[in-house]
Each structure stands twice: as structure tokens, then as C-alpha cells.
Design a binder for this molecule. Sequence first.
Ligand code: SAM
Length: 257
Amino acid sequence: MSEVKTPKVSLVGAGPGSEDLITVRGLKTLQNADIILYDALISDELLSQANSNIPRIYVGKRCNQHSFTQDDINLLLVQNAYKYGHVVRLKGGDPFVFGRAHEEIEYVESFGIPVSIVPGVSSALAVPSSQGIPMTKRGVSSSFWVMTATKHNGSFSEDLKFAAQSSATMVLLMGIRKIAEIINEVSKYRSSITPIAIIQNGTMKNESCIISTLNTIQNSLSEIDISQPGIIVIGEVITDHPSFYEEEIQRVIHSYL
Ligand SMILES: C[S@@+](CC[C@H](N)C(=O)[O-])C[C@H]1O[C@@H](n2cnc3c(N)ncnc32)[C@H](O)[C@@H]1O
């Protein structure tokens, strides 16, 4: 007789990319799953640490190429909880940072299925941090502002304008395709020599990082692969990046050539 499983769902933050940046609780929960529904940006190395005999369903959404809509995902969570028992919904970074976690929780709980949350290390903090870029620094920046460049309807977020007028370190997610517009908008309010960093595939083997200033970043935009996830950081804290002054010297030399 097959064992009857009690349906439950765990929303687990997988961390920013590297498989060892999941939390201990996240990994334990993953290893206790009866089925995994996972996002884009979840590494194979992390998935390989789960029980290899359980089903895994990829439900990622990258660059508007959605394998499943949000409604499909909500339904899959409920159906699979009844079918298999413990569903682990593995989400990039932290589930509550641009992760639509609340929609999944509301839907699953409306069926009386319990949901638990395992926080994750958000890419918003971990990706700059792993590059040696602080979010705050005494006497330089006393706050940071994490935002997206575009709202859900595709329009440009007005928060960008407000953040640019503050002295906060700006951290932009999902902004790579809008980089030229972002630079243009921020340049209206901040000095042209404000440092900017663009970090793609942070904490992973194929990580890349461009360090520049608002007035010279245009020269580096061709190096960016817009199909890859990236974080844009704007603010004086970037001067702490090991290569900032090296790049700055190159920029000055080129301006005299
Ligand atoms: C839908 S948001 C989800 C964020 C996630 N919940 C978190 O806390 O990190 C996806 C965006 O996060 C950023 N992102 C996530 N992982 C990244 C990584 N390893 N390197 C650079 N950017 C990353 C990119 O801006 C990407 O478009």
C-alpha cells in the first residue's frame, strides 16, 4: 500500500547563484522534498544535491520566455502537493525580492495547504558583496535602494528618479536591457563621474563585472550580453572595488590620447 503524503509547500530561497550560497535550512528543506519546482538561475550543482529519485519541474521565466504562467505555477504547486506531499518551490535569491512569492502563498493557502518560507540570500546584496562592493560605507553612503528598472506593465519605474536624487547606493535588478535609459535618467541627477558597476552571473563560474563611471560606461556597453541576468550598482561605494582606480587611470589616459 502506498504511503499517503500530507500536502505541504516550502518556498525556499536558493541564494544568488553559486550552489554553496543557499542557507543550511534551505539545503535541508531541499533534501527533504518529494518534488521540486524550480526557477531559472538555479544551478544544476544545487539541484544535484537533492534526492535524485524525485521529480523536478522547471517553471522558470527568463526574458518573457515563460514555460508556465504564474497561474500555471500556482496550480502546479497545489496539484503536486496533493500528488506527492512536500513540494519545494526553489526560487532564486530570496523568495520575497521580486519573486511573486505572495501570489503563490495566497493561492496554496486558499486550499488549506500549509506553506513555510525559507529565506534566501538575495542577489541584490550578495552579488555586489562578492565583488567587494559595499552597500553602505561610513561617510560615503548610509543607505541603499534596491529597485527594478521597469514596473510589471513594462513602464519605467519612477523610483529610479527618486533614488537618483538621493545619496543612496542604487541597486537595480532586471535592468540590463534598459541600461542606456537608466544611465540617461540617473545622469540627470548625479554627477557624470559617479561610479557604476554591472555584474552579470554573479557568484557563478561565468561571472563578469564592468566597472566604470556614468560618463564613460557607454564605451563598455557592447561587452554586455543582455540575455544574461545582471545587477547594476550606482554610487560612490564602487570606488572600493579592487579595479576601480586601475580602470580610472585607464580612462584618464585615454581621454588624453
Ligand atoms: C526576478 S528577479 C529575482 C531576484 C531574487 N529573488 C533575488 O533575491 O536575488 C531576477 C533578477 O535578479 C538579478 N539576479 C539574480 N541572480 C543574479 C546573479 N547571479 N547575477 C546577477 N544578477 C542576478 C537579475 O537582475 C535578475 O534579472
